[in-house]
Design a protein around this ligand. Structure first.
Ligand code: HEC
Ligand code: HEC
Length: 174
């Protein structure tokens, strides 16, 4: 490639990155078909992964993240959330099969694309997509008694456990 062509490619990529950031990034626009996460069901996942917090839909993180979560349950955010082998393996398989990188819906794709390939995040609330989408929610709001932390999606998104994050359903409690 000629020098000036390389420069042009560079400028073009910088400009589109700039546009992405300036627009708040990661998928603006109204609701469209294919933005909803699919209905998923697994009894073990439901009972074992909802005793300390809300149930996180598997389409919110890529497979490598779920594998890391499941490999570290004995030291899970300061808690011991260990499972017997049968339950562990069943839930790990369920999460992997329904993870963000297996999805066709828009939000899962955006979450997935926002995470650098070299990173394996175990918090949905630390993905660049999440951070960009919540930049107008202050740290103090997240700390309200009725909310607690950014991890408590269901405080503001009542359909969160079903993977419903429609903008029309968002309500920040006092
Ligand atoms: C013994 C209690 C306990 C159990 C059981 C448990 N967790 Fe957690 N989990 C926690 C705590 C504590 C946090 C941190 C919450 C916070 O920071 O507000 C957490 C956070 C998470 C997060 C990150 C949320 C974010 O900020 O995006 C994920 C993902 C998660 N858990 C998945 C699971 C899965 C999957 C299971 C079932 C295999 C599970 N958890 C079972 C205690 C538990
Ligand atoms: C304090 C309330 C609050 C909490 C807690 C919260 N959100 Fe949100 N969320 C919002 C607000 C406000 C928006 C922006 C809605 C808008 O653009 O109209 C938003 C937007 C989103 C969107 C983008 C919807 C779209 O298509 O534009 C997603 C996805 C989302 N949140 C997921 C989550 C997840 C996952 C969690 C938990 C890990 C979470 N949120 C926790 C308030 C919250």
């Amino acid at each position: 490639m000629k020098k000036w062509m390389q420069l042009l490619v560079l400028i073009t990529s910088i400009t589109s990155a700039g546009t992405l950031l300036a627009s708040g990034g990661f998928g603006e626009g109204g609701e469209s078909h294919g933005s909803q996460m699919p209905v998923v069901n697994n009894a073990k996942w439901k009972s074992e992964c909802s005793s300390c917090h809300m149930l996180y839909h598997p389409a919110l993180l890529p497979e490598r993240s779920w594998n890391k979560v499941m490999a570290g349950l004995d030291q899970h955010f300061g808690e011991n959330a260990s499972l017997d082998t049968a339950a562990h393996d069943e839930i790990a398989k369920f999460l992997a099969e329904n993870s963000a990188d297996k999805q066709a819906n828009r939000r899962s794709n955006r979450i997935n694309q926002s995470i650098p390939a070299a990173a394996t995040l175990i918090r949905i609330s630390e993905t660049p997509y999440f951070v960009a989408k919540h930049d107008e929610v202050s740290a103090n709001t997240f700390k309200r008694k009725s909310i607690g932390s950014p991890s408590n999606c269901i405080a503001c998104h009542k359909g969160a456990e079903k993977g419903d994050f429609s903008e029309s359903q968002v309500k920040i409690p006092r």
